[in-house]
Design a protein. Structure first.
Length: 253
């Protein structure tokens, strides 16, 4: 049984924008060019520049307009930070980094923090044995203190959703909020399957801003199931793995 994979972030974003219910959760996203970069930095002050086709947070850059007296711009890629006095010089440097590939500019979300480190949430949705979509896992990803992305393969730390939200919400609020994120994720799966009927699983990356509003950052059609094995409680991982075996992603152990 083949599993349909969709790599283009631009394509997936445009599909989700068709849904009025999901549109409000999608940060403004445009194809990278000088004009879009300028417009979005003027409007939001901070953006992420990321490859249209990319995994594990590779090549993602956080770009900011500097405030106060130190006017200018800066960007960070991995642990390297560079500053520029003008947009022209910033753009030239980004173009060199991008090296002819297709990139997006996405509105930057000021992520909620745990012990002063940014984090986001990964929700796993899969087709179950009855071929219905089910939200099978939710996990937090704590960014490496010196990096801009939260991905495990880029130095991020997988951590339970409850623990990361513990300083922001009460146990009841967390439970309700997790249900909300799972529902958004199921809605995403139903929207995407209209265009890609062969998808079997999605890993949905959700940012939570300082006002605790959720934002859909990215949808992966080949998500890493094994970050769930990093949780102390293996229940989620076992179910995720079992479903993945049933539609042929992994071999039965």
């Amino acid at each position: 049984m083949s599993i349909q994979l969709v790599y283009s972030k631009w394509e997936k974003t445009n599909v989700l924008l068709h849904s009025p219910a999901l549109r409000e959760y999608i940060p403004s996203t445009k194809l990278f060019n000088k004009e879009n970069l300028q417009l979005m930095l003027a409007e939001y002050g901070m953006v992420y520049v990321k490859p249209v086709n990319g995994t594990f947070g590779k090549g993602v850059m956080r770009v900011e307009r500097l405030k106060q007296a130190a006017k200018g711009y800066k960007y960070q890629l991995n642990t390297t930070i560079r500053t520029f006095p003008t947009l022209e010089l910033l753009h030239q440097s980004l173009v060199k980094r991008i090296n002819g590939r297709r990139y997006l500019v996405q509105r930057g979300i000021d992520l909620l923090r745990h012990k002063n480190r940014r984090f986001d949430i990964r929700v796993m949705v899969q087709r179950n044995e009855n071929n219905h979509w089910e939200a099978t896992g939710i996990i937090g990803r704590l960014a490496h203190p010196a990096k801009v992305v939260t991905n495990y393969h880029n130095g991020g730390t997988p951590m339970s959703f409850e623990r990361l939200l513990s300083s922001h919400q009460s146990p009841t609020q967390k439970m309700i909020y997790a249900m909300r994120l799972k529902q958004i994720s199921l809605d995403i799966a139903k929207e995407l399957e209209k265009h890609y009927p062969g998808i079997k699983e999605l890993g949905i990356d959700i940012a939570i801003d300082q006002q605790q509003r959720p934002w859909i950052l990215e949808v992966n059609t080949k998500p890493d199931a094994f970050i769930f094995r990093k949780l102390e409680d293996k229940t989620m991982f076992r179910k995720i793995y079992q479903y993945a075996v049933s539609y042929g992603r992994y071999k039965k152990k």
